[in-house]
Design a protein around this ligand. Structure first.
Ligand code: GTR
Length: 417
């Protein structure tokens, strides 16, 4: 069990030689313990079984859909000229997830190439509100609760005008829109405020889930709720004539990269799944004990996972699943995993090894995943249906990463002819 909550957090291990030999559960194992050898058996038995293990031990049960409606004045479309002469349409809508009055309101921001018809879209939750994603003064300022972050223009847990564009480096819409992609985003805190006592202010209320007291071991937390929110936003995106419903990619950085992976597992309508620096509880193998661990993450962020996950603190090797089985959930759809050289907390090598260990799921479909013994040199993308790179630098999501995602998307989810 996890140590007492008041005890100091154990220091991270950064010594590769201390990781030891890691034996992973076979991601192709079905409920009776046999390893499947066909794509049909994977779909019928192994995938549902592996999905259920992830639900039971890591993320909690998948949440059922609720109807999504456009609230407060409908969908706003405005022609805008972005930097570098990029002509775009800025779309904003406030969605109600679930029926009134309990259904939470989520502000969605979308940039499309001007005159877009059935374009592919990258959908990504953000950390500090849509207005922080770009300097465009037309973006509505979020009124939702934000974590304390003085440097991010947040006063008394609310955004101020000073917050505009502060995260723009993470969402380079001009180059992506000029390549023909739509870029959609929403603030994760509209769905579940990122704090340990956030449940009563989250979508879990409209889903009639318990919000306080002792929770069932497989009760979803913030990641389950955020992933559900991504699916509800997708419900709406696919109704827009400008968007190709078969080419919506889900992307996420860090905790929201963990979320993107779980969203892609829960909802196969996402045509491509992209995880950036998602680390522990995301793309990195829990069994490696390198950087962030199950104990540390579940003590610092008790609300992200289902309660059962904390029980694997220090016992990661007893998990019946590991994060490569999460990555395998994307198969046969394309999957992209990216790390950063300085982001040792997220265990880049563990992210790479998980992507390799997930790849047999693609082979069942006659596809090639990530076939490599060692990570590529930094700033080089490898892999066929499972792509991978390590960017030089720190924990972040930058134009270099997005350029690889766009190249990969252009190759793996081309427009239907
Ligand atoms: C860290 C956390 C990581 C990662 C990161 C982030 O504090 O330990 O698992 O999710 O936050 O989301 O930026």
């Amino acid at each position: 069990m996890a140590s007492h909550a008041a005890s100091p957090l154990p220091p991270p291990n950064y010594d590769e030689s201390a990781v030891g030999k890691v034996v992973l559960p076979d991601p192709l194992t079905g409920p009776d313990g046999t390893v499947v050898t066909t794509s049909d058996a994977w779909r019928r038995s192994a995938r549902p079984h592996q999905f259920e293990l992830l639900e039971t031990h890591v993320y909690g049960r998948r949440l059922p859909p609720l109807p999504v409606t456009v609230a407060d004045g409908g969908v706003e479309r405005v022609a805008v000229s972005l930097a570098d002469g990029v002509a775009a349409t800025r779309v904003q809508a406030r969605l109600r997830l679930g029926p009134e009055p309990k259904g939470r309101l989520v502000d969605v921001l979308l940039y499309l190439p001007r005159e877009a018809r059935r374009v592919p879209v990258f959908l990504e939750l953000n950390f500090r509100g849509n207005h922080a994603q770009h300097g465009d003064p037309g973006i509505r300022l979020s009124t939702s609760w934000m974590p304390k972050d003085d440097a991010a223009g947040i006063v008394d847990h609310r955004a101020t005008e000073a917050a505009r564009g502060l995260n723009a480096r993470r969402w380079p819409i001009e180059p992506l829109v000029s390549r023909g992609f739509g870029m959609a985003t929403a603030y994760c805190g509209d769905i579940f405020p990122d704090r340990a006592d956030g449940r009563p202010d989250s979508v879990l209320v409209s889903l009639d889930r318990p919000v306080d007291g002792a929770l069932p071991p497989d009760e979803p937390g913030a990641i389950g709720a955020w992933a559900w929110g991504l699916s509800r936003i997708l419900d709406w995106l696919v109704t827009l004539p400008e968007i190709d419903p078969a080419r919506v990619a889900v992307v996420g950085h860090s905790r929201l990269g963990k979320t993107a992976l779980w969203a892609g597992a829960c909802d196969e309508r996402f045509a491509l799944v992209v995880s950036n620096n998602s680390g522990c509880g995301g793309a990195a193998l829990s069994r490696r004990n390198f950087g962030e661990t199950v104990e540390v993450i579940t003590r610092r962020f008790p609300h992200w996972f289902c309660p059962a996950f904390a029980g694997y603190a220090g016992r990661e090797r007893e998990l019946p699943c590991d994060q490569h089985t999460l990555l395998a959930m994307a198969a046969p759809r394309p999957l992209y995993v990216s790390s950063a050289t300085e982001d040792l907390w997220a265990d880049p090598r563990g992210e790479f090894l998980a992507a390799v260990a997930a790849s047999p799921a693609w082979r069942l479909f006659g596809l090639e995943g990530l076939e490599a013994a060692e990570p590529p040199r930094p700033d080089t993308s490898i892999g066929d249906r499972v792509g991978y790179h390590t960017r030089t630098g720190a924990h972040d999501i930058l134009l270099e990463d997005w350029t690889f995602f766009a190249d990969f998307a252009a190759r793996t989810i081309p427009a239907a002819r």
